[in-house]
Design a protein around this ligand. Structure first.
Ligand code: 0X9
Ligand code: ZN
Ligand code: ZN
Length: 302
């Protein structure tokens, strides 16, 4: 059993997933969502209360950026809460969706932040004199369409081509296999306290922007209710910066997934990426409130 009073390493997170499968064999299944350049497995779980497989599907992405440790902490807490909560409204949302959690999207980078450089962001693939591609600039929808770098030494290096990275390529293949049922793709990042709406290559309000915005405002309100934490809601370019080749953009652009949010979790810069462990629980709880609101609201709309 994980505790959310400290940040954990990759093996502890993977063991937590394996333990859940043992504890809830009829509900939780272990999945391999891909592998990495350095040969690690990218493990996740599927949570399903529907043996007939008829539920709409939600995918929760975290730790695609290696240093954003709060994101996998929040994802694993959310996973645990969906399995253990007794609140009727949580049970309703939990049991009426199939859930995919892949807590560490970038295991090579994540391990590197634990062993060598706490502030590492990218993958670890060698390119000329430097290592690593920004795995959130490497996806194959509007790849290299602004806000990424061609310099392998840059923190936003997009890579030599879309899906050059073993991790993004194999995860995208996995997502493709479940895409027809995909209702929601939630991408967790830190930090800035924002709900970001597609797309990262354009400030235009495309697809169901208005719907995502309205629900995003409600989600921000329910998030703030618990601890007073304030989030802003808007298009990536409008409230943050241009960033093309992101995973959420690829999912939405390729499959038309209706519910797509990128969270920038706590905080607003006091601690930044090095969020103290005593903020894991409050951050997870408030984030969870907002997730429940998103699914409740969209279940009325879709
Ligand atoms: O730059 C990023 O990838 C994200 N911000 S972060 O500070 N965590 O690095 C924003 C991602 C926006 N999403 C897309 N461009 N799809
Ligand atoms: Zn990030
Ligand atoms: Zn739903």
């Amino acid at each position: 059993q994980l505790e959310w009073t400290e940040y954990h390493d990759l093996e502890e997170i993977y063991q937590f997933l394996r333990d859940l499968v043992k504890q809830y064999p009829d509900i939780v299944t272990l999945i391999s969502a891909g592998r990495t350049y350095e040969g690690r497995d990218i493990l996740g779980v599927k949570v399903s209360y529907s043996p007939a497989n008829e539920n709409r599907t939600a995918f929760i992405e975290s730790n695609i950026h290696a240093r954003e440790w709060i994101t996998s902490a929040v994802a694993t807490w959310t996973l645990n809460e969906l399995l253990t909560s007794n609140e009727p409204n949580v049970r309703q949302v939990a049991e009426s969706h199939d859930w995919y959690f892949v807590p560490v999207f970038n295991p090579d980078g994540f391990v590197y932040t634990k062993t060598t450089n706490r502030m590492w962001r990218k993958t670890r693939t060698p390119y000329f004199l430097c290592n690593g591609v920004d795995p959130n600039r490497n996806w194959g929808y509007h790849f290299n369409d602004g806000g990424s770098s061609g310099d392998p030494c840059s923190d936003t290096y997009r890579g030599p081509s879309a899906f050059s990275e073993t991790s993004t390529r194999t995860i995208s293949e996995f997502i493709t296999t479940i895409a027809p049922k995909l209702q929601a793709y939630i991408s967790l990042h830190s930090y800035s306290q924002m709900f970001l709406l597609p797309y990262g290559f354009s400030s235009a309000h495309l697809d169901n922007y208005d719907q995502l915005y309205e629900v995003g405002i409600k989600a921000a309100a329910s998030l703030a209710q618990r601890n007073g934490t304030e989030y802003t809601v808007g298009n990536i370019v409008e409230i943050m910066y241009v960033a093309s080749g992101g995973s959420m953009d690829w999912v939405k652009g390729t499959f038309g997934t209706p519910i797509t949010y990128t969270y920038e979790l706590r905080d607003k810069g006091t601690y930044g990426f090095i969020l103290p462990p005593d903020q894991i629980l409050p951050c997870a709880e408030e984030t969870f409130d907002s997730l429940i609101t998103i699914f409740e609201e969209f279940d009325k709309l879709l």
